[in-house]
Design a protein around this ligand. Sequence first.
Ligand code: XMP
Length: 507
Amino acid sequence: KVLILDFGSQYTQLIARRVRELNIYSEIHPFNKVPSNLDDYKAVILSGSPMSVRSENAFHIDLNEVRGKKPLLGVCYGAQYLAHFHGGEVGASSTREYGRANLSYVKSNETFLDGISSGSQVWMSHSDTIKKLPTNGELLASTHDVENAAYKIKGEDTYAIQFHPEVYHSTDGKQLLENFLIKIANVNPDWTPNAFVEETVEALQEKVGGDKVVLGLSGGVDSSVAAMLLHKAIGENLYCIFVNNGLLRKDEYTQVLQQYEGMGLNVKGVDASARFMDALAGLDDPELKRKAIGRVFIEVFDDEAKEVQNVTWLAQGTIYPDVIESVSATGGPSATIKSHHNVGGLPDFMKLKIVEPLRALFKDEVRRVGASMGMAADLLGRHPFPGPGLAIRILGDITPEKVAILQEVDAVFINNLKKWDLYDKVWQAGAILLPVNSVGVMGDERTYEKCVALRAVESTDGMTADWVNLPYEFLQATSNEIINKVKGVNRVVYDISSKPPATIEWE
Ligand code: XMP
């Protein structure tokens, strides 16, 4: 595996993903928490950083155990760091060094640059520049504006590049990482979805043994893939619980439950709609609604988990972005690792030992692992859906009638996205029931009915998002169908707000 030491660049996660696309497992660690088991890593990559090596607060790292002992690649800040503190010089650059550039010089007969020729496009993003190479530095490549765009240290497997190979705009970036990791560092590219499944199933068997495990299925990709891995490992000892909170999409509960049963999972469906509806009665504040739903879910799940005798483990679908400790721009690694559970919390199921088979994976890798286990494409390609479900898409208080109306509207919207082949092009979509009535006319009758908003966004992680430019013809057909089919709705609007400053959900 490969170690990526993070200095806080916004691109660090991308480095990990590009390395993994080469079928090589990589891990991100903060620069000041270098793992002690360095022998397990066959190569080390130093990330970029918002920090300047010339700043008095520059991030420092002890490379004694790495330099000259293992293949080392410095990217951007990493490259400047290796220069500045090892006999070279870094200064402010006089020309803009952001965005596209092309290599104007590429040293020949250099394994690191195999398959990369002069003219290759690279992506720059830095305000400092390397003015003088470090001791024993040898120039490997330049662009028009940046002379020292790539160099190596003679006598070591140490390489450095000023540009970012991890972004797609660096067209040969993947080739460069491949040259470094496979040709120079001799890392074996054997980390495939199938290999992951095999290894994980074995590891789970070893960890869990003959114990019983409970897992809450949500209908989403992560919990489903986690369940499938555990199912492969321990079969009937995995007890899945799928709770209907009455706030799912139309027919979702029965369909997804059937799908889970079809996969051979030992799953219990629990229809607790009434309990959730009771708890929500009269609540119109978004956070109070969320809290009520969270509380009832814990109660329901706890009751069900207790039904399983002698259970010792709780499985969760936590994925890698939730556990990466990253370095914040203001200095030092941020201490917060998101935790999906409160150790020592009240409910019994939370006192169980935790098993998280997807902790090492990015979302797209979860999907690929699911596919390699033969899971259905429609399950793996599902849009994200919030835990509180339609409750945060019904503005104001919740009633069963409002839920029923929104389920119908949502079903028309989502089905049409699928029919028009737009579903997979959208990251997340849904309908929102607004607390306004407006006047309309149907036939000769005046109507005074509900307004719904449609929302479809593009995003990669939900942190930022933009509305999708859906074709007018699609919006026209969908609006007609909603107003004609769904009783109680006479107006449809389309949400054209980006996040930030709006959010994806309306509540
Ligand atoms: P926002 O509305 O914050 O949503 O832009 C970002 C992503 O998070 C989802 N979301 C939630 N998921 N519980 C969840 O499990 C919640 O309370 C919640 N609120 C928002 C939202 O659907 C989007 O994918």
